[in-house]
Design a protein around this ligand. Structure first.
Ligand code: SAM
Length: 236
C-alpha cells in the first residue's frame, strides 16, 4: 500500500465526528479568509484547493470563490465530492493529473495546499510547484499549510492532537483513536514509507528556486502549531 491508496480507502484519521468537524472549521475559516483577501473589487477569486480531502469546508469556500477547483488524488474522495457538490456549476472536481489541461495558465488567484506535502516525493513536489506557478495569475498566492519540519514527529503530533482534543471536548475519543492508529495502516506506512519533511529554510529555497517570490511564513493553518504554513506569490 502507498499513501495514495491509503487515502483512497477507509481510514480513521479523524478520531470522532467532533474531531472532523472542529478540524473542518479551522480549515474553513482560514481558506475562506484567504479567498476574501484574494478578492479584487467585485470579482471573487479563482481558487484551486489541491489535496482537498473530504473538504467539509468546500461549500463555504465555493461561496467565497468565483470558480473553485477541488483536487484530490483519491477517486473515492472525488466521487463523494461530486455527489455533494456536483450541483454547483462553478465548482469542478479534478484529479491532479487533469489540472495541467483542465485549468488555464495564468488563471488562478489562489492555490491552497493544506496537509499534503508530507505525501509528495521530492520529484512530485518539484513537478507540482512548476504547475502551480504556471496556473497562478501574476501576483497570485500559493498557500502551503501543515508542512512537517524534521523535528516534529509522531510524539509532537500526538501531543498536538491531545491538546486539540482537550480543548475541543473529545479527549476520550482521541485516546481511543491513538490506540487504533498505533495498530493501523497509517502507522505502518509512516514507519515504512515515511512522510516528507522540510525545514523552513528548505521551503524558502525551494519556493524561490521554483520561481515564486515574496515567500513568507505565517501561523500554521491546522491545529498543530509545530507544523508550518508558507505563502508565496507568482511574480507580478
Ligand atoms: C491529510 S489530507 C488533507 C485534506 C485537506 N487538505 C485538509 O487539510 O483537511 C491529505 C489529502 O491529500 C490527498 N493527496 C495525497 N497526495 C496527493 C497528490 N499527489 N495530489 C493531490 N492530492 C493528494 C489525499 O488523498 C488526502 O485527501
Amino acid at each position: 500500500m502507498n499513501w495514495r491508496e491509503f487515502w483512497n480507502g477507509e481510514h480513521s484519521i479523524y478520531v470522532s465526528e467532533r474531531h472532523k468537524l472542529l478540524h473542518a472549521r479551522i480549515i474553513e475559516r482560514a481558506l475562506v479568509g484567504l479567498a476574501r483577501e484574494a478578492t479584487s473589487g467585485n470579482n471573487k477569486p479563482y481558487v484551486l484547493d489541491h489535496g482537498c480531502g473530504e473538504a467539509l469546508h468546500a461549500e463555504a469556500l465555493a461561496a467565497a470563490s468565483g470558480k473553485l477547483w477541488l483536487c484530490d488524488s483519491a477517486p473515492s474522495i472525488r466521487a463523494q465530492l461530486a455527489s455533494r457538490l456536483g450541483r454547483l456549476a462553478h465548482v469542478e472536481i479534478v484529479a491532479p493529473e487533469t489540472i495541467e489541461i483542465g485549468v488555464a495558465d495564468d488563471s488562478l488567484d489562489l492555490i491552497t495546499v493544506i496537509s499534503v506535502l508530507q505525501y509528495l516525493t521530492e520529484d512530485e513536489l518539484s513537478a507540482a510547484l512548476s504547475i502551480w506557478l504556471r496556473k497562478l495569475k501574476p501576483g497570485g498566492a500559493l498557500v502551503i499549510g501543515d508542512v512537517i519540519p524534521p523535528d516534529a514527529g509522531m510524539v509532537t503530533d500526538t501531543r498536538a492532537l491531545l491538546t486539540f482534543a482537550w480543548q475541543g471536548g473529545f479527549l476520550m475519543a482521541a485516546i481511543a483513536g491513538l490506540v487504533r492508529t498505533a495498530l493501523s495502516d497509517y502507522r505502518k506506512l509512516r514507519e515504512t514509507l515515511g512522510l516528507s519533511m522540510h525545514t523552513a529554510a528548505q521551503m524558502d529555497t525551494r519556493l524561490h528556486r521554483a520561481g515564486f517570490d515574496r515567500v513568507q511564513r505565517r501561523d500554521n493553518i491546522g491545529h498543530n502549531s509545530a507544523r508550518m504554513t508558507f505563502i508565496a506569490r507568482k511574480p507580478a
